[in-house]
Write a protein that binds this ligand. Structure first.
Ligand code: NAP
Length: 642
C-alpha cells in the first residue's frame, strides 16, 4: 500500500487541511516527498510566536501551505507512492531546526528518531531484555505498587518482557490520580498528545482532556493489555523488608477483608506517585468545622452547593479548576489565597480537537509524531530558557532573567485584559515571585472570570484558624460558611509514605532520608537494592511537558535493571553505589539552584522542610531520556545471595 490510502477523497483532504497545524503539516510533506526545499520557504514558524496555534505563520502563508499539501497528498495517493523512506540525519536535524526555530544539537537526533519510530521501533522499549534467556526472565518475580499511570505502564512492559509480576493497588480500580480526583472541572494541564503513552496514541476529544476521559484511557489500557488479572485491588502495602540472606523483598499487604499477607518478590517497583496523599493544612481548629468539609481529592459528591456559603482554602491547580464550577451554584464562594499563582492563558485549554486534526493524524504519515514532538518542545524544552536564572540578576520578587522578566510582563498583560477593570483584584493576582518558581496554571480565562463574579471573593488576609462556624483570618475577622473545601494539595515530599520500607541492616527508608529524599536518577536508593521508583525524587517537572514521558524513560531503565538481575540469576541484589548516588545528586542540586524554582523563596511543594528542591528535574527532557536508556553496571554493586 502507498503512504496515503487510495480510499481517501479530495474532499476529505481539503476539509482536514483547514484544521492542520501548518509547521507539522510541512514536516509531514517532507516525509512524503523528501523535498527539504518545502521547509526552506517563507512558510516557517516565527520564534517569537512559540505557543501561538500556528506558531506565527500568517493566513496567506497558511493557505499556500494547504494548497501545496493538497497537491502532494493527492498526488502520492494517486500514484500510490511510498513516501520518501528514511530521511538522513542532516535532514532530520534541519526539520527539528525548522520546528523549533533553533539550531538544536545532534543530541536531539537520537531522541527524535526513537520518538518518530521511523522504522517501526518502540521508542521506550529496553533492548537489553533480548540478551537474557526467556526462562530466566520468566523466573523473576516482580511486585509493582500502584495501578495508576506508572504502575500500568510497568505492567505492560513486564508482560512484554515475559516477567512474572503482580500489581498491588489500594483502590478498587485502576487510574491512580485520575481515579481519586473527581472534583468538578478536573482536567489535565499537559497536552494530551504528550500526556499519553508513546505506544498508545488516541483520538483525544480535546487538547487537554477531562478526568473522566483520562480515567477511561487508563481503564481501557488495563483491559486491552489484559492487566486486571495481575492486579490485587483494595490491597495496601503496609511494610517491606529486605531479606538480605535470600536476596528478595518480603512485602506485607492488607487486603479488602483486612487480611494480612506477606508476599515475596525479587524486585519491587514503586509506582505510588508524588501527589497521592492529600495534605490538610496545619491550622488550629482543623476538624472543628460543623458543616461538610473535605479535601479536593476526596470530593464529597453528596454536597449540593445551591444556596450555600462556601469557603475554599488554596489556589493551586485543583482549586483553580473547581472554584469556577462551585461558583455557578453556590450562594457565595470565598477563596483564601496565600500565594497568587502564575496563570498562562491558552485559548485551546477547553477546545475540542477539530475532526481534521484527528484525520491528518490517522491518514498522513508522521503528522501525529511531529505534532507530538512540537508539543514536547512548546511545553518543555522551548520554555527552559525562560525559567533559567541569569548570573547577577537580582530581582527575587519578580524574575530570574531578562527572558523571565519578559514572560512575566506578557502573562500580566494577558491577565489585565481579563480583570484589568478591578485594580484590587489585579494586585491580589499579581505573583510576587518569578514565573517558573511554581508550576503555572493553564486556563482560558475562566478562573479570572470566576473571580469577577458577584458571588466570589478572593481573600488574601491569611487563614489563622478553623472553627465550628468557618474561618478566622489573621486580621481577627470571622467568615461563616456552610461548606469548607480544602484545595491544599498533597504531601509530595514524603515519598513512599505511609509505607515502612526496611532495607539493608534493617534501616527504614524514611529514617535513612531524614526528610531529604534522594535517589540515583530518581530510581535507586543506596541500601535499598532491587527497589526501583517511578516518579521518585527529582523527577517532577515545572514547565509542563508530560510526567508520562518521565515514567516511560524510568520504566525502560528499570527493565534494564531487571534484565541484569535475571541475567545474573535469582537472589542477586543490585545496590546503587554511594558515589554514583552522591555525585548524581550534587549535579541535580546544582541544576536546580540555577532554575527559577530553586532561586525563589516562595513556598512550594517542590521543596522539603530544609528548603532543598526534592521534587524537580532541572535539565532538558532529552537529558532524562539519555540517562534512562540503560543502567551502567559501574553504578551498582551486585551481590549474589539466596
Ligand atoms: P497545590 O498546587 O499544592 O496547591 C495547594 C494550595 O493550597 C496552594 O495554593 C497553597 O498555598 C494552599 N495552601 C496550603 N496550605 C495553606 C494554608 N495553611 N493556608 C492557605 N493556603 C494554603 O495543590 P493542588 O492544587 O492540589 O495541585 C497539586 C499539583 O497537582 C499541582 O501542582 C499539579 O502538578 C497537579 N495538578 C494538576 C492539575 C492539572 O493537570 N490541571 C490539576 C490539579 C492538580 P501556597 O501556594 O501559598 O503554598
Amino acid at each position: 500500500m502507498g503512504a496515503i490510502s487510495s480510499e481517501i477523497t479530495d474532499e476529505q483532504i481539503r476539509s482536514a487541511l483547514q484544521d492542520a497545524h501548518i509547521p507539522t503539516l510541512m514536516l509531514a510533506l517532507v516525509h512524503l516527498t523528501g523535498d527539504l526545499d518545502l521547509i526552506r520557504s517563507d512558510i516557517r514558524p516565527q520564534p517569537e510566536f512559540l505557543g501561538d496555534p500556528q506558531d506565527g505563520i500568517e493566513e496567506p502563508l497558511q493557505q499556500r501551505a494547504r494548497e501545496l499539501a493538497f497537491d502532494i497528498i493527492s498526488r502520492v495517493r494517486d500514484e500510490e507512492g511510498a513516501g520518501a523512506g528514511t530521511l538522513s540525519e542532516s535532514a532530520l536535524l534541519e526539520m527539528i531546526g525548522y520546528l523549533t526555530s533553533q539550531d538544536v544539537s545532534g543530541e536531539y537526533l537520537e531522541f527524535l528518531t526513537a520518538e518518530l519510530s521511523m522504522n517501526g521501533e518502540d521508542a521506550y522499549a529496553q533492548p537489553a531484555l533480548k540478551q537474557v534467556d526467556a526462562e530466566r526472565l520468566a523466573g523473576l518475580r516482580v511486585l509493582v505498587i500502584g495501578a495508576g499511570m506508572s504502575g500500568l505502564l510497568s505492567g505492560i512492559r513486564l508482560k512484554e518482557a515475559g516477567i512474572d509480576f503482580e500489581i498491588i493497588e489500594k483502590n478498587p480500580d485502576v487510574g491512580g490520580t485520575w481515579f481519586e480526583n473527581t472534583y468538578p472541572g478536573c482536567r489535565v494541564d499537559s497536552g494530551n498528545h504528550v500526556y499519553s503513552y508513546s505506544f498508545r496514541p488516541k483520538n483525544w476529544p480535546q487538547y487537554f482532556s477531562s478526568q473522566p476521559v483520562l480515567r477511561e484511557y487508563f481503564s481501557e489500557t488495563a483491559d486491552d493489555y489484559g492487566l486486571r488479572a495481575n492486579i490485587r485491588f483494595e490491597t495496601e502495602v503496609l511494610e517491606m523488608r529486605l531479606d538480605e540472606a535470600r536476596g528478595c523483598w518480603r512485602v506485607t499487604v492488607r487486603g479488602a477483608d483486612d487480611e494480612i499477607q506477606v508476599l515475596e518478590a525479587d524486585a519491587v517497583i514503586s509506582a505510588v506517585g508524588q501527589l497521592n496523599r492529600p495534605k490538610m493544612p496545619d491550622l488550629p481548629g482543623l476538624g472543628t468545622f460543623a458543616g461538610p468539609a473535605f479535601h479536593s481529592a476526596r470530593w464529597d459528591h453528596s454536597v449540593d452547593f445551591a444556596g450555600k456559603r462556601v469557603g475554599v482554602i488554596g489556589t493551586g491547580g485543583s482549586a483553580f479548576q473547581f472554584v469556577p464550577h462551585v461558583a455557578e451554584s453556590a450562594a457565595s464562594v470565598t477563596v483564601f489565597q496565600r500565594t497568587a499563582p502564575w496563570v498562562v492563558l491558552n485559548e485551546q485549554y477547553f477546545s475540542e480537537i477539530p475532526d481534521g486534526v484527528n484525520w491528518l493524524m490517522a491518514h498522513v504519515p508522521f503528522y501525529a509524531k511531529w505534532f507530538r514532538f512540537s508539543m514536547f518542545w512548546k511545553s518543555a524544552e522551548g520554555l527552559l530558557a525562560a525559567v533559567t536564572a541569569e548570573d547577577g540578576w537580582n530581582r527575587p520578587e519578580r524574575s530570574v532573567s531578562e527572558a523571565n522578566e519578559q514572560m512575566r510582563e506578557q502573562l500580566l498583560e494577558a491577565m489585565r485584559e481579563v480583570i484589568g477593570s478591578e485594580p484590587t483584584l489585579v494586585e491580589q493576582c499579581t505573583p510576587d515571585y518569578p514565573f517558573g518558581a511554581k508550576r503555572a496554571l493553564i486556563d482560558d480565562g475562566r478562573w479570572f472570570r470566576a473571580l469577577l463574579r458577584d458571588n466570589v471573593v478572593l481573600n488574601t488576609d491569611g487563614v489563622a484558624a478553623i472553627n465550628a462556624d468557618g474561618i478566622e483570618t489573621s486580621d481577627g475577622e470571622q467568615h461563616d460558611f456552610d461548606v469548607l473545601i480544602y484545595g491544599t494539595g498533597f504531601s509530595a515530599s514524603d515519598f513512599l509514605t505511609p509505607m515502612q520500607i526496611y532495607g539493608r541492616n534493617g534501616v527504614e527508608l524514611h529514617d535513612h532520608w531524614q526528610g531529604d529524599p534522594r535517589a540515583f536518577k530518581g530510581i535507586s536508593v543506596p541500601g535499598f537494592p532491587n527497589l526501583f521508583c517511578t516518579y521518585g525524587p527529582n523527577t517532577n517537572i515545572v514547565v509542563n511537558s508530560s510526567i508520562i514521558f518521565f515514567s516511560e524513560c524510568e520504566v525502560r531503565y528499570i527493565l534494564g535493571c531487571l534484565a541484569e538481575l535475571a541475567g545474573r540469576g535469582r537472589g542477586t541484589l543490585m545496590d546503587v553505589t554511594r558515589s554514583a548516588h552522591d555525585e548524581y545528586n550534587e549535579r541535580i542540586d546544582a541544576g536546580n539552584a540555577g532554575m527559577a524554582w530553586g532561586q525563589s523563596a516562595v513556598s512550594t511543594w517542590y521543596k522539603n522542610a530544609a528548603g532543598r528542591v526534592t521534587q524537580n528535574w532541572p535539565f532538558r527532557l532529552v537529558d532524562f531520556w539519555q540517562q534512562c536508556k540503560a543502567p551502567d553496571q559501574a553504578d551498582y554493586h551486585f551481590e549474589q545471595n539466596g
